[in-house]
Design a binder for this molecule. Structure first.
Ligand code: ADP
Length: 257
């Protein structure tokens, strides 16, 4: 099963690199330097989880992990890193589709509260590993919206991934949902990290823009997550913005019609 999921992820990675190369070919020379570092960053982002998966699956295959608890831990890590690769591939695919104006949304009526609840159950253990507690504030009553569930998930996961990277000192990460009187909904992802300086609150949504190159270089990333998330939000007829959190931290507000 590990081999099959690895092969599937690799195939997706190759397909994605193919479409990224196509996208690259159409860009002007002015972006050459930016592109070079982008390709290096994307490759690096893929390499880290792939290395972990390869190492752990080899150890397990060679029977070098005797302890059952350790075996379970390695398998969980492989699963988590495979999910991370899938998110990277989804981001890269969304990016090239959005760039080409070919992104299509599959809208359906759904309960956003239930969707977010599921998403938080799946991702809480991963958030806990970065030292934070994921808290949900979801209304009891269903919040029905007509939207593309995969796109909403991709947006929220990009925000959660960022909080894990930039705000993990802050201990707490909360995802709150409120239904609006006009039938729309608002999702707020709030952390207690360093926050985003007011001069950067719009610029972080530009592609490739990162607040602190030296700091973010250590943490990996492509500078694309928020640009993709905002384009997806707008594609759904909504908006994504960043605010300061009273008492410190950042709040990302996603509004959906
Ligand atoms: P990446 O994480 O790959 O750099 P993003 O587009 O996701 O790209 O984010 C752009 C920049 O916004 C990040 O490099 C970081 O400087 C800043 N940022 C994003 N989320 C947060 C956050 N929760 N707290 C503080 N800064 C953030």
């Amino acid at each position: 099963a590990v081999g099959a999921s690895l092969a599937a992820v690799l195939l997706l990675a190759i397909l994605t690199s193919g479409s990224l190369l196509l996208w690259q070919a159409r860009r002007s020379e002015a972006e050459a330097a930016q592109k070079t570092s982008f390709v290096a960053n994307v490759s690096h982002e893929f390499k880290t989880p792939l290395t972990t998966i390869r190492l752990y699956s080899e150890l397990l295959e060679q029977g070098r992990v005797a302890d059952a608890e350790k075996q379970g831990e390695y398998l969980r890590t492989i699963g988590r890193e495979t999910q991370r690769l899938a998110r990277l591939v989804n981001n890269a695919l969304d990016f090239s589709r959005l760039e080409q104006g070919k992104k299509q949304f599959q809208r359906e009526r759904c309960d956003l509260g239930a969707e977010l609840g599921r998403l938080m159950d799946v991702h809480a253990p991963r958030v806990a590993e970065s030292g934070m507690t994921l808290r949900g504030s979801l209304p009891e009553k269903p919040v029905m919206v007509t939207t593309d569930r995969d796109a909403v998930e991709q947006i929220v996961l990009n925000l959660v991934d960022n909080a894990c990277k930039y705000a993990s000192d802050g201990r707490e990460l909360s995802v709150a949902l409120v239904g609006r009187a006009d039938g729309g909904a608002e999702v707020r992802v709030s952390d207690r990290g360093p926050g985003v300086p007011v001069s950067e609150r719009e610029r972080i949504f530009e592609k490739f823009h990162r607040v602190d190159q030296t700091l973010t270089a250590e943490k990996g990333g492509t500078g694309l997550g928020l640009s993709i998330a905002r384009q997806l939000a707008r594609g759904l007829g909504g908006e994504l913005r960043c605010e300061a959190r009273p008492g410190g931290g950042a709040v990302f507000v996603l509004t959906l019609p």
